[in-house]
Write a protein that binds this ligand. Structure first.
Ligand code: CP
Length: 310
């Protein structure tokens, strides 16, 4: 992004190039080093509108805003407790909220909702997840975590594990790897939820190597990153389809014994049972550090969309 306004809305990772990502990571590092009591965003107001549940994304955006001296308006169950229940469209909602706040973080259950909101919103829209579509800020914090943990984002072998069809974090992260060099993605998913053809086509066009591998145990010794994901009950049409897909890939202490000693285990969280709690103390289990990195990346993104230099 050449100027602060080049990415006014953040709706998908396709908006970012390598230089954007490097600048964002550098800004996040500077913000990480700020003392408490910063007033970089004093006078700015952020609205968080969430039509789907969230712990990390909403609270880390709000933490980022408050820690930089800004303020927050929030509706955490907009599907039920906003005028959506009366039939208001997301387009009308953001038109209104854009008059109350300087930027809007939006999570919505419908694919493409963030694009629709961005098309009409006078205030910057940040996509915090649109159904099974994208979760760009999560992917950026995931790649930032890889940079922090391993010291590089190039030349990595990465296993994306679990629900790669509906999992918007895995989709966005895979797309972001088109900006890296010499990487290989390994898709480890139950047959019912493979990585989408749209993402595969984009990776192929960018020259990123990828393959499917159903045997997680076989790939663990050879990968630098395992990106485990939850099988999302809420995305399946029937409980039977969910039950048939869950529980296939579990990372437990036995799996960690097979993982490359220099590898890391990531997860966007929340987890259900796809990572055993017995793994948490392993230094290669980086998912809690990953979640905390979200505050710094989201600080940097807020500064970017609000045009505040870091
Ligand atoms: N990773 C993530 O999006 O978590 P939340 O659903 O808690 O925001």
């Amino acid at each position: 992004m050449d100027t602060a306004t080049a990415i006014r809305h953040i709706v998908e990772v396709g908006q970012f190039d390598r230089a954007d990502v490097a600048a964002l990571f550098a800004a996040a590092d500077r913000l990480r080093a700020l003392p408490r009591g910063s007033d970089l965003l004093r006078g700015y107001l952020l609205a968080t509108i969430f039509y789907e549940p969230s712990t990390r994304t909403r609270l880390s955006f709000e933490s980022a805003m408050l820690r930089l001296g800004g303020n927050v308006l929030s509706t955490e169950n907009a599907r039920e407790f906003s005028s959506a229940i009366k039939g208001e469209t997301v387009e009308d909602t953001v038109r209104i909220v854009a008059g109350y706040a300087d930027a809007i973080v939006l999570r919505h259950h419908e694919l493409g909702a963030a694009h629709r909101a961005a098309a009409v919103s006078p205030a910057p829209i940040i996509n915090a997840g649109d159904g099974p579509g994208e979760h760009p800020t999560q992917a950026l914090l995931d790649l930032y975590t890889i940079q922090h943990e391993l010291g590089r984002i190039d030349g990595l072998r990465v296993a994306l594990v679990g629900d790669l069809r509906f999992g918007r974090t895995a989709r966005s992260l895979a797309r972001l790897f088109r900006l890296t060099r010499g990487s290989e993605l390994i898709f480890v998913s139950p047959p019912a939820v493979p990585m989408g053809e749209d993402v595969r086509a984009e990776l192929a066009a960018a020259g990123v190597a990828f393959r499917d591998e159903p045997d997680l145990a076989a790939v663990l010794p050879e990968v630098d990153v395992v990106y485990q994901t939850r099988i999302q009950r809420e995305r399946f049409a029937t409980p039977e389809e969910y039950t048939a897909t869950r529980g296939i890939y579990i990372v437990d202490e036995t799996a960690m014994a097979r993982l490359n000693p220099h590898g890391i285990l990531l997860h966007p969280l929340p987890r259900v049972d796809e990572i055993s709690t017995g793994v948490d103390a392993d230094p290669r289990a980086a998912y809690f550090r990953q979640a905390h990195n979200g505050v710094y990346i989201r600080m940097a993104l807020l500064c970017r969309v609000l045009g505040v230099p870091v």
